[in-house]
Design a protein around this ligand. Structure first.
Ligand code: NAD
Ligand code: UDP
Length: 318
């Protein structure tokens, strides 16, 4: 079957997930325009794609207008780690909200299909477990996580208003914790923190008592979900949960990292950050039904690949 080549814009394309998505799209024969302001992304994440005449990169902040001609837009621009999105919370909200308005405006003018990288954070500290897409969430509107959570919630509102008001083709994915190679070593998220600490022999920082849960999806599984969602018929708008439904406590995650790295690092307990969700697990029935998708990579396998990546990276930077 021959592939119809499309012009695809990926905002946040030099980040952890965006760079993998760009790679997948270039490999599939599409013309990819990666847009990034390098707030958390790195040119090195996409350096290997620069030789391809199907790949182009533009330094641009999505809070400003962008005039390009495209067939599809994946809107991923936004820092995802709490440490980074809380560093400049006003810019985080602007990136989600103004970024969504600008990208939706671009989609409206060009007729492009548009995908939004939303998040499980729209459920806040959930009182429904596991989380289904019907759950409206339990979000603090004025806390330290609100710039991200409410920014992403407002972006979803904009997507659905553009869909109802301007008949845009929208695809909204609610992404649950995802990890893998190309995470930034100073990203601050739990998987990268634990692995970098273990490899350096530093104490492993457990926030709170480590009983809070997360469900970790390997990046390849997730990116497959993105592509499948973009390719669904127009009536499939989402929101659709994308994540791995297997749930772990942070202590269990730490133990897995300790086993797999063979580190002598000890655990150290630090205060739990404000509004840190106690539990998180996606109900992925919709993804199974509409995308025929479910994650394949088990935690220990994904951690093994991620540890190998960080081992190499730390050799270069330490
Ligand atoms: P990341 O921080 O590695 O990537 C975000 C990218 O967006 C970076 O390259 C950054 O430089 C860029 N960016 C930030 N602000 C920008 C702006 N104003 N203009 C242009 N570019 C900008 O994070 P990631 O894990 O790759 O996350 C990608 C997307 O997926 C984000 O929208 C995030 O909210 C969403 N998401 C990720 C996860 C996860 O676990 N990885 C979970 C839920 C949602
Ligand atoms: N966490 C931890 N130690 C760390 C970093 C994070 O115990 O060094 C905990 C954090 O408190 C949260 C969970 O790990 O409960 C996931 O945090 P992360 O920042 O990866 O993402 P979140 O799901 O909170 O956005």
């Amino acid at each position: 079957m021959s592939i119809v080549s499309k012009r695809v814009l990926v905002t946040g394309g030099a980040g952890f997930l965006g760079s993998h998505l760009c790679e997948r799209l270039v490999d599939a024969g599409h013309d990819v325009l990666c847009v990034d302001n390098y707030y958390t992304g790195r040119r090195s994440n996409v350096a290997h794609l620069l030789d391809s005449d199907r790949f182009e990169i533009l330094r641009h902040d999505v809070t400003f207008s962008l005039f390009v001609e495209v067939d599809e837009i994946y809107n991923l621009a936004c820092p995802a780690s709490p440490v980074h999105y809380q560093h400049d919370p006003v810019q985080t909200t602007k990136t989600s909200v103004h970024g969504a308005i600008n990208m939706l405006g671009l989609a409206k003018r060009t007729g492009a299909k548009i995908f939004q990288a939303s998040t499980s954070e729209v459920y806040g500290d959930p009182t429904v477990h596991p989380q289904t897409e019907e759950y409206w969430g339990n979000v603090n509107p004025i806390g330290i996580r609100s710039c991200y959570d409410e920014g992403k919630r407002c972006a979803e509102t904009l997507f659905f208003d553009y869909y109802r008001q301007h008949q845009l083709q929208i695809k909204v994915a609610r992404i649950f914790n995802t990890y893998g190679p190309r995470m930034h070593p100073a990203d601050g998220r739990v998987v990268s923190n634990f692995i970098v600490q273990a490899l350096r022999g530093d104490p492993i920082t457990i926030y709170g008592e480590g009983q809070q849960t997360r469900s970790f999806c390997y990046r390849d599984d997730l990116v497959e979900g993105f592509i499948r969602l973009m390719d669904t018929p127009a009536e499939v708008t989402g929101p659709i949960n994308l994540g791995n439904p297997v749930e772990f406590t942070m202590l269990e995650l730490a133990q897995n990292v300790i086993d797999l790295t063979g580190t002598s690092s000890k655990l150290t307990f630090q205060p739990l950050p404000a509004d840190d969700p106690k539990q998180r697990q996606p109900d992925i029935s919709k993804a199974k039904k509409y995308l025929d998708w479910e994650p394949k990579v088990k935690l220990r396998e994904g951690l093994t690949h991620t540890i190998a990546y960080f081992e190499q990276l730390l050799k270069e930077i330490d």
